[in-house]
Write a protein that binds this ligand. Structure first.
Ligand code: 89V
Length: 345
């Protein structure tokens, strides 16, 4: 059963869809059979480039005619709920890009509807699949630095992200939904669930609607680790390192650092052990996004395995709701200048 080849359909033909498709092509056990897009010509061009046999501009017709084993939604966030509900109605397992939904109520509804329909609902949350972050997680699991008391996650740059993804300029809620959805998920991946959260935000770019700088502080996990997440598209630094995430994790017996150029440093009383963990390279990846594009493949692999075996991936809808509660909650915290407290989950 585990090796059954699944027939997948892609919804969306925008900037991200081509990398999502290229990522699927790296894996055995999956075949892309159809592509839907509102504007048919865009879908036709992309389908031809990647050898996807069927194109639709009506998502329901695609599902009825192709009966795919899963759909992978790579459209704007506003359309996620509609497509997830459609897939659930037709009992088709569904994968959806981050951020899961335009607001928390809809995200909860999507998870509930799929659960009630018995339909697997997974989120393509790729950040935690970046190779250096996996290595840091391995070191933490091995308890190399003992009990962790503080973690700092930094994603700050001035990369012109709006050039490739102009819609990001129009979002009322920008960096916390686009990057916070990744970074707060990494925080959960490394440190466990949040017990409290406080956030402050800024808009520095004058020509965008949402915030482009956010700082989130959380108390996380069983031992109450203090975690600070810094996110910015307005930081002009000596070296531009988009899209790298930096870490400094401090524990009772040492520290783990993820620095520029994928260097992971483990420091204990025995000294510092440093090693570089660059991402695998793919010919189709955009060099500016190589780190992220490589993580698409590993995230796909985890989702595919779950679809093939009937198991759960790391980032199913219910898991991702816990991340969504953090980044949507961060807006409430910033607006009201208030600490949020979460029930233990
Ligand atoms: O992965 C993402 O969510 C992208 C990018 C890193 C470019 O913001 O939107």
């Amino acid at each position: 059963m585990a090796d059954r080849t699944l027939r997948g359909a892609i919804f969306g033909a925008g900037f991200w869809a081509r990398y999502q498709i290229a990522g699927w092509k790296e894996l055995e056990g999956v075949e892309l059979v159809a592509l839907y897009n509102r504007t048919r010509e865009k879908a036709e061009r992309l389908a031809e480039e990647f050898g996807i046999p069927a194109v639709y501009d009506d998502p329901e017709r695609l599902i009825r005619q192709e009966r795919p084993d899963f759909v992978d939604i790579v459209t704007d966030v506003d359309t996620h709920p509609r497509f997830v509900f459609l897939a659930a109605e037709h009992r088709v397992p569904v994968i959806c890009q981050k951020p899961i939904a335009p607001n928390l109520e809809l995200a909860e509804r999507m998870v509930q509807v799929c659960r009630e329909a018995g339909v697997p609902f997974f989120i393509h949350e790729n950040w935690r699949w970046q190779r250096p972050l996996r290595e840091v997680k391995r070191l933490l699991n091995e308890r190399r630095i003992g009990r962790v008391f503080r973690g700092r996650i930094q994603y700050s740059c001035s990369f012109p992200v709006f050039e490739n993804q102009p819609f990001l300029k129009e979002l009322d809620q920008f960096i916390l939904t686009d990057i916070g959805s990744h970074i707060l998920d990494v925080a959960r991946f490394l440190f466990g669930e949040a017990r409290s959260l406080y956030c402050q935000i800024h808009r520095v770019h004058p020509d965008i609607r949402g915030e482009d700088v956010a700082t989130v502080m959380m108390r996380m996990g069983a031992t109450g680790t203090t975690v600070v997440c810094e996110m910015s598209y307005a930081s002009r630094l000596e070296r531009e390192r988009f899209p790298e995430t930096f870490l400094l994790i401090e524990g009772e017996r040492g520290s783990i650092e993820l620095g520029p150029d994928y260097w992971v440093r483990l420091t204990t009383e025995e000294g510092t052990f440093a090693r570089r963990y660059p991402p695998p390279r793919y010919a189709w990846a955009d060099p500016d996004y190589g780190l992220i594009h490589a993580s698409i493949v590993d995230c796909h692999r985890d989702l595919l395995r779950a679809l093939q075996t009937g198991g759960l991936p790391e980032t199913d809808g219910a898991d991702n709701l816990k991340t969504a509660r953090l980044f949507f909650g961060a807006y409430d915290s910033a607006r009201e200048d208030r600490v949020l407290h979460f029930e233990e989950t």
